[in-house]
Design a binder for this molecule. Structure first.
Ligand code: AMP
Length: 449
């Protein structure tokens, strides 16, 4: 299939050709025609699979073909969970609108409010935004959504996980009319709140699940290494950074303080690294992202802040210095490499503190993961094993029955984890129960803005 098969507006086609795209990706093949027919969509596809164009092209086509419902109101609103993802979407949109009369603006939290008011006064056709800030402008009447034709929710699962449901409902209500079309994209469709939300927001949606979140990304080679403690993780990291053939590298850590500490440690050893931590203001974050995107730094050290939305073709390696607490975050982190058909390497370091997350990820990926080792780095940690079944005597049966009473001792399986003597300096997480999704989210949220 070719882009020319969609019957897109000739100016849009020439922009696509100019960008060098010939064949639509799988999600584009399904989503573009369905959206062009006016259907609401609930779609999922793996990260880096071209889903941005899958919603931007039908949006551009709709604007080119249909008369606006209102002269002043935005015609398309695209909402994303993070500022980084919003910027990424905006960058692709700008490429598409460059050959048209359509104006697009970016409205992000953390940026100057009054400047945004001025920009909204210019009646843009497209708004790409994070939900919190856009809802603030809506509440204050800086724009209206009565004429909105297309509402696009990118990474809807993440927006809901981050607690944006109220803002999404507000935006939805403000644009509640028969002619509105809604496209909802989510990394996974296997998300109760997304499904609930879809029922509320979408009209007879078509479901498109090209490849689910846990699907193997063939362009990314995943390797897992065990580590006894922090010192060993650092030794492994040093080994990868000095021995692997690489282009740009993103290192993910669990906490902001680790991000800064690691970046400093790397720069002290003359490696060109920079830290993107949540404590920086938006301007500083933009500056770091831009300089990394321009190739001025080889290594970006970050928390999950950058796990979505960074679309950098030169990232050859993603290193999980710590495993993400939220399993789906693993897919997003490693999706920063292997973009648009390039090959990527994802290296994950698993210490005692990561074991629970690792087991959850293994279950999520639906595959048995084996570990690789590095010559010269001797690791004692081999994972935390569930405790052996404890044998307890069954209570004598007090009810008289004709059946023979089975008084053999019964096995009681206690789901708990053993302390590991070889765990070195690292603290062991002792959990009787796996984390609930809410607990995981709360702890992930603390790492973010
Ligand atoms: P996305 O999943 O939307 O973040 O896109 C990932 C990357 O794939 C971006 O760099 C896009 O520019 C690129 N891309 C999107 N569609 C195509 C296509 N049909 N052919 C080649 N590259 C594409």
């Amino acid at each position: 299939m070719q882009f020319s098969d969609f019957g897109l507006d000739p100016r849009l086609m020439s922009t696509i050709e100019h960008l060098g795209f010939t064949e639509p990706t799988e999600i584009q093949q399904y989503a573009i025609p369905a959206a062009m027919k006016g259907h609401d969509l609930i779609a999922s596809s793996k990260t880096g699979s071209g889903k941005t164009l899958a919603f931007l092209l039908p949006a551009m086509q709709r604007l080119a073909k249909n008369r606006a419902l209102s002269k002043r109101d935005p015609r398309v609103v695209i909402l994303t969970p993070t500022r980084e993802l919003a910027k990424q979407v905006f960058a692709q949109l700008r490429l598409l609108t460059s050959n048209s009369q359509f104006k697009a603006v970016l409205i992000l939290g953390g940026e100057n409010f009054n400047d945004q008011v001025k920009v909204l006064e210019k009646d843009p056709h497209f708004i790409v935004a994070t939900p919190g800030r856009l809802a603030d402008h809506l509440t204050q009447g800086h724009f209206h959504l009565n004429g909105l034709e297309l509402l696009i929710l990118d990474e809807a699962d993440r927006m809901l996980d981050l607690g944006f449901s109220k803002q999404l409902e507000q935006i939805n209500k403000a644009a509640d009319h028969r002619k509105r079309q809604t496209l909802l994209f989510s990394a996974t469709l296997d998300h109760a709140q997304v499904n609930e939300f879809a029922t509320e927001l979408l009209k007879k949606p078509k479901r498109i699940a090209v490849e689910a979140g846990h699907t193997e990304h063939v362009d990314i080679t995943k390797r897992f290494y065990l580590a006894d403690n922090l010192t060993q993780k650092e030794a492994l990291l040093h080994h990868f950074l000095t021995s692997e053939k690489s282009q740009q590298i993103i290192i993910f850590t669990a906490t902001r303080s680790d991000t800064d500490r690691l970046a400093k440690m790397l720069t002290d050893t003359d490696l060109n690294a920079v830290a993107l931590s949540g404590e920086l203001n938006q301007g500083q974050r933009n500056q770091i992202m831009d300089s990394f995107a321009k190739g001025q730094h080889k290594i970006l050290v970050t928390t999950d802040l950058a796990s979505r939305g960074l679309d950098l073709i030169n990232v050859s390696h993603v290193i999980n210095f710590d495993m993400p607490k939220h399993t789906e975050e693993f897919v997003h982190r490693i999706g920063r490499t292997g973009r648009a058909g390039t090959k990527g390497d994802a290296i994950s370091l698993v210490g005692p503190n990561d074991w629970l997350s690792f087991k959850n990820i293994e279950a999520f990926l639906q595959q048995k993961i084996s570990f690789t080792s590095v010559e010269g780095i001797k690791v004692k940690f081999q994972g935390l094993k569930p405790k052996k079944a404890k044998v307890v005597k069954a209570k004598p049966d007090t009810v008289k029955s004709k059946k023979a009473v089975d008084s053999r001792p019964r096995k009681v399986i206690k789901k708990t984890f053993l302390d590991n003597d070889d765990a070195g300096a690292m603290k062991i997480i002792k959990r009787k129960k796996p984390l609930t999704p809410q607990q995981i989210e709360d702890s992930t949220k603390k790492e973010q803005d």
